[in-house]
Design a protein around this ligand. Structure first.
Ligand code: LLP
Length: 421
């Protein structure tokens, strides 16, 4: 994060707080968040895209403390379950700034959304049109999620812009247009626009531009065939972040320019009024702000040196799920030992619990040393589990030399709380 500072004694400060102090106070593993970094990213998005609604994707990291920051920075919010909505509701996040997403929304999800009065529901299937329509007569504003047929070049598990995956209505085979007709015929729903989300951890700006072009084309087609002018276009999230040295930051300025140009050009040539735009970044808002601190528990030297830490796939399943790679560094004490390549592994009972391979750490790395893993703000806390009955780590925000506990560590009592005996 931008508030991170590595001192010459190899002490890492984040938000003006020493990680050694954080580890001592909150124990390890711990997720640390640089609050100013999150705020700066919210502001960068708003400055680069002043006319665009920025809806933070809550699935990337959600708790009340983070959501208050998001609300204060003036962002909207994407939720995908009654549970996520409950967090938003508990801090009074403005309902009109909330979008409800997901390919499955249960009756509880719909009821919670209608009960709170969320601004928009994003329709993902024909079933939903009836399911939601049956619950309301109040003309709930909805968007239709379209699969635009754009490949964002990302891991297949998080590629959602192409046909052949579960989300949305295909643009190519006419399903999107048929969904429009069905929504228009449903009295409880008011169609206000279209949505697409082509995937996550995408760095190629041209992919977003192409999706936006196709979506404006569809808006014009809908006007021509259904005589309805939809005013809103949500082009989703998915902006990638750097995880390794040498990887670039997302080109936000380039994205903003190309999105604006593409939408203006396509609208102009089709004589369609320029739609109000929404984007839904999650990872790019909170990802780089997070650092996970681990304590080295065991070092096993052999053909491969394994540095085993006190966390693992329960706090970070991303290497196992997506082959994700990370930057890992020893912090908190100086070492003049040469760097040697090691494999950083977790404490969980499977050989696949590997956090990072080919990491250079000092040859004298030993039990008790601290490791910091960068860019863990998004999809770490939210993907964590208590596999092996290991409690989930706390989430700590740092700012101006002060550390604030946002979510406490999961305890053994927590782990037993749902067990009916
Ligand atoms: N909008 C919708 C409808 C989404 O489904 C998502 C993410 C986003 C926005 C935000 O995408 P972002 O800007 O954060 O890339 N667990 C995976 C990522 C899954 C993304 C799911 N949808 C990972 O750890 O890489």
């Amino acid at each position: 994060p931008r508030g991170a500072h590595l001192r010459t004694d190899n002490e890492l400060e984040i938000g003006g707080v020493e990680t050694t102090q954080l580890a001592a106070r909150f124990a390890t593993p711990a997720y640390v968040l640089d609050e100013d970094d999150i705020r700066a990213r919210c502001r960068a998005y708003r400055a680069a895209l002043p006319d665009v609604e920025i809806a933070y994707a809550g699935k990337s990291l959600l708790c009340r403390g983070v959501l208050r920051i998001i609300a204060e920075e003036g962002l909207s919010l994407d939720v995908c379950s009654a549970g996520e909505l409950a967090v938003a509701r508990s801090i009074g996040f403005p309902a009109e700034r909330i979008l409800l997403h997901g390919n499955v929304k249960t009756a509880e999800d719909f009821k919670a959304a209608l009960g709170y009065g969320v601004g928009r529901v994003v329709i993902d299937s024909l079933d939903e049109i009836h399911q939601l329509g049956a619950l309301t007569t109040a003309a709930q504003p909805v968007l239709i999620r379209v699969t635009p047929g754009v490949d964002g070049s990302t891991h297949h598990a998080i590629a959602t812009g192409v046909d052949g995956q579960k989300f949305g209505f295909s643009l190519a085979d006419g399903a999107a247009e048929r969904a429009v007709a069905r929504v228009l015929a449903e009295p409880g729903l008011r169609l206000v626009g279209l949505h697409c989300h082509i995937g996550s951890q995408i760095t190629r700006v041209a992919a977003f531009e192409e999706a936006a072009r196709r979506m404006v084309g569809l808006l014009a087609l809908i006007r021509d065939r259904h005589e309805v002018v939809l005013r809103q276009l949500d082009v989703g999230g998915g902006h990638g972040i750097p995880y390794l040295p040498g990887e670039a930051e997302f080109d936000l300025t380039g994205f903003a320019n190309r999105l604006r140009c593409a939408v203006n050009y396509e609208s102009g040539r089709r004589r369609f009024p320029v739609p109000a735009l929404t984007i839904e970044p999650g990872r790019c808002i909170v990802g780089p702000a997070g650092v996970t601190l681990y304590r080295v528990a065991v070092v096993k030297r052999g053909a491969t040196t394994f540095v085993a830490v006190d966390g693992g796939m329960s706090d970070n399943p991303r290497p196992a799920l997506y082959g994700a790679r990370y930057t890992v560094r020893m912090v908190g004490r100086a070492s003049s030992a040469p760097a040697v390549p090691v494999t950083v592994v977790g404490r969980h009972c499977e050989a696949g619990d590997v956090l990072a391979t080919g990491v250079d750490l000092p040859a004298d790395i030993a039990a008790g040393d601290l490791l910091a893993v960068a860019a863990t703000g998004a999809y770490h806390h939210s993907l964590s589990s208590n596999y092996n009955a290991v409690g989930r780590p706390p989430l700590v925000a740092v700012r101006d030399g002060v550390a604030r506990l946002l979510v406490r560590r999961e305890t053994e009592d927590d782990l037993l709380a749902r067990d009916e005996g």
